[in-house]
Design a binder for this molecule. Structure first.
Ligand code: ADP
Ligand code: ADP
Length: 229
């Protein structure tokens, strides 16, 4: 079934007299359980597209529905609640809270959801184990490598079982071994629990590990094809 549908998405940035058409007219459908890579050269509109799909920004024209719900013509409060309850994010910077351990960084997002302490601690342990950090749960971010910190941020993004995981250049700050770990983790969550993933990357070999690659060029769809071919 279709989890994301956009019709004629446009995003124009206006600063003074300068208008930048970051997205011109993008209509796409993404199926539940798909692992999609968004690719294209720098400035093509990848990040802007991801921000639209992830409800981090609003289009200047066009519609977006997620799992059948119109997510544009709703209030900012409803959008925020939808984001918190249904979507997960991983960015190139890990954005962990330095004063909290790995486990605390992961479970604070579950705490907000009225779940009992024993329950969210167990959920955090399980998901940190799934990302290979069972030995590092009580470490602080400063005691972890970049790759380990990114795995904590992936655990944090997944603890609430989001409908869609959005990742914006998740390996940009990692060495090649840690980058591969991150992409393999995505692959595994996609295959094992059917996690829908939408990832921006400019690494060709990372894109090929997804199911499908959507190429963006000058704010338009340039190509949309199966990955790994
Ligand atoms: P990519 O992620 O492919 O590098 P972006 O989506 O970041 O591309 O940017 C697409 C275009 O929109 C670029 O020309 C960029 O300079 C411009 N742009 C992005 N964000 C803003 C912004 N906040 N204000 C003005 N222009 C922006
Ligand atoms: P990334 O490395 O993730 O592609 P960028 O360096 O392109 O990020 O952009 C970082 C931030 O700056 C983003 O929030 C983007 O929207 C904003 N941005 C990008 N291009 C411009 C621009 N020309 N004017 C203003 N803001 C911009």
């Amino acid at each position: 079934r279709t989890i994301i549908r956009t019709e004629h998405l446009e995003r124009v940035y206006i600063s003074g007299a300068v208008k930048t058409y970051a997205l011109r007219d993008i209509s796409i459908e993404i199926e539940q359980g798909e692992f999609v890579a968004i690719m294209g050269k720098s400035g093509s509109g990848k990040s802007t597209l991801l921000h639209q799909l992830g409800l981090l920004d609003k289009p200047t024209r066009g519609s977006i529905t997620i799992d059948g719900s119109d997510v544009i013509n709703i209030s900012e409060k409803e959008r925020t609640i939808f984001r918190l309850n249904e979507l997960g994010y991983v960015f190139q910077s890990y954005n962990l809270i330095p004063e909290l351990t790995a486990m605390e960084n992961v479970y604070i997002t579950a705490m907000a959801r009225n779940v009992k302490r024993e329950e969210y601690e167990k959920m955090a342990e399980d998901i940190l184990t799934a990302v290979g950090l069972e030995e590092r749960m009580h470490h602080y971010p400063s005691e972890l490598s970049g790759g380990q910190q990114q795995r904590v941020s992936i655990a944090r993004a997944l603890i609430n079982k989001p409908k869609i995981l959005f990742a914006d250049e998740p390996t940009a700050n990692l060495d090649s071994a840690s980058s591969e770990d991150v992409i393999n983790l995505f692959r595994r969550f996609n295959e094992e629990i059917g996690q829908t993933i939408v990832m921006v990357t400019h690494e060709k070999d990372e894109g090929e590990k997804a199911d499908r690659i959507i190429w963006v060029k000058d704010g338009l769809l340039d190509m949309d094809r199966q990955a790994g071919i």
